[in-house]
Design a binder for this molecule. Structure first.
Ligand code: 13P
Length: 312
C-alpha cells in the first residue's frame, strides 16, 4: 500500500484509534472517501501493565475484526509498542505491521532489535516500521526537546540497509502531540534523507504537520502520516458538548447505545470529519480499488503459517 502511494504521489493516513467507536470512525470515513487506510492502536499512551496482560491481544482482535469487514485496503499496525514482548504478542494478535519505539535507544541496541523484528516479521508475511531520530513532545508548558534530534540522512540509509525495515519514520522538525501551532518543518532535511533512502518515509506528529508542507513531503518520499491528538481532541470536545446538552436522558441512552443520543456517537461523528479532511489533504481519497483482492488485510500470521504448514 505504501509503495503504491509513494509511486503515485499520495500518502496514507494512520489514524490512531483507542476503542471501537474511534476505529469505526476511521473505517467508515475510509469507505465513504474510497481511501486506503492504516488502522491500529498505539502503545505510547497506554498503561504497560494493561497492554502486557491482555491489552495487545484484545486490540489486535478488535482491529483484525474491523479490517476483515473493510471494503477498502487496510493495514493494521501495532504502533509504538514499548517492548519486544508486546511485539511478539502483536504478531500473534493479528497485527500485520509492527513498530517498536526505539527512537531513544542507543544505535547498536536499536539496530540489533529492529533487525530481529524484521527477520521474524518478514518470515510471517508482515511489515515493519522503525524510527530513526527522535521527535520533541508538546507538553502543557511548551515543547520538550530534551531528547529530540533530527534524523541523520547517512545514518538513516545505513539503518534501513542493515535492518531491512519496510518504512522509516523520520524526525525533520515534526513534533508529537502539538496542537497550539504548526511544527517548524525542515524541508531541506527531508530532501537530504529522501536522496539517500528509498523505502517509504513516515511522519509522526501528523496533528501539527503544516497543511502547506504536505505536498512537499509527499514529493520527497513520505507515504504515511501518523495522526493522533487532533482526533482525540475533536472527539472529546463533541462528546463533552453532547453530555452537557442531554442531562435529562437516561444513562442507557447516553452511553454505549449507538443511538443518536450516545455521546460517543457525537465524538465519532466529529472525529470522522477530521479524518475526512486529512484523507483529502494526503490525496488518498479516491485511491482505493474497491472489491480488489487487496481490499482486505493480508492473512494473519496464524493463517499464513497454517497455509505454509510452518511454525513461527
Ligand atoms: P500526533 O498526536 O501529534 O498527531 O502524533 C501521533 C503520532 O505520531 C502517533 O504515532
Amino acid at each position: 500500500m505504501m509503495l503504491r502511494a509513494q509511486r503515485d504521489r499520495y500518502a496514507i493516513g494512520y489514524f490512531e484509534a483507542w476503542d471501537t467507536y474511534s476505529m469505526e470512525a476511521v473505517l467508515e470515513t475510509a469507505e465513504e472517501e474510497n481511501s486506503p487506510v492504516i488502522i491500529g492502536f498505539g502503545g505510547m499512551m497506554l498503561e504497560t501493565e494493561w497492554l502486557d496482560h491482555g491489552g495487545v491481544a484484545l486490540l489486535g482482535a478488535i482491529g483484525s475484526h474491523y479490517a476483515r469487514r473493510s471494503q477498502v485496503p487496510v493495514a493494521l499496525i501495532l504502533n509504538e509498542a514499548q517492548s519486544m514482548g508486546q511485539i511478539r504478542q502483536g504478531i500473534d494478535a493479528g497485527f500485520n505491521t509492527l513498530m517498536l519505539d526505539t527512537s531513544t535507544w542507543p544505535w547498536d541496541d536499536a539496530v540489533a532489535t529492529v533487525s530481529e523484528i524484521t527477520e521474524i516479521a518478514h518470515r510471517n508475511n508482515l511489515t515493519v516500521e522503525a524510527e530513526l531520530g527522535c521527535l520533541p513532545d508538546a507538553t502543557s508548558e511548551g515543547i520538550d526537546d530534551s531528547a529530540a534530534f533530527l534524523t541523520d540522512p547517512e545514518r538513516a540509509a545505513e539503518f534501513v540497509e542493515i535492518t531491512g525495515i519496510d518504512c522509516l519514520a523520520v524526525s525533520i522538525g515534526n513534533v508529537h502531540l502539538l496542537t497550539r501551532h504548526d511544527a517548524p518543518i525542515n524541508h531541506a532535511h527531508l530532501e537530504a534523507i529522501h536522496a539517500r533512502v528509498q523505502v517509504p518515509l513516515v511522519i509522526h506528529g501528523g496533528t501539527s504537520f503544516p497543511a502547506e508542507s504536505i505536498p512537499h513531503a509527499i514529493a520527497n518520499g513520505v507515504a504515511k502520516f501518523n495522526v493522533g491528538t487532533t482526533l482525540k481532541k475533536a472527539y472529546a470536545e463533541a462528546a463533552r458538548e453532547a453530555i452537557s446538552k442531554s442531562t435529562a436522558l437516561s444513562v442507557h441512552e447516553l452511553m454505549g447505545s449507538h443511538k443518536v443520543t450516545d455521546w460517543c456517537e457525537a465524538g465519532k461523528k466529529a472525529m470522522k470529519e477530521r479524518v475526512r479532511t486529512l484523507m483529502r489533504l494526503y490525496g488518498s481519497a479516491g485511491k482505493a480499488l474497491r472489491h480488489h483482492p487487496e481490499a482486505r488485510i493480508c492473512p494473519s500470521p496464524c493463517e499464513a503459517r497454517a497455509d505454509k504448514g510452518e511454525a513461527r
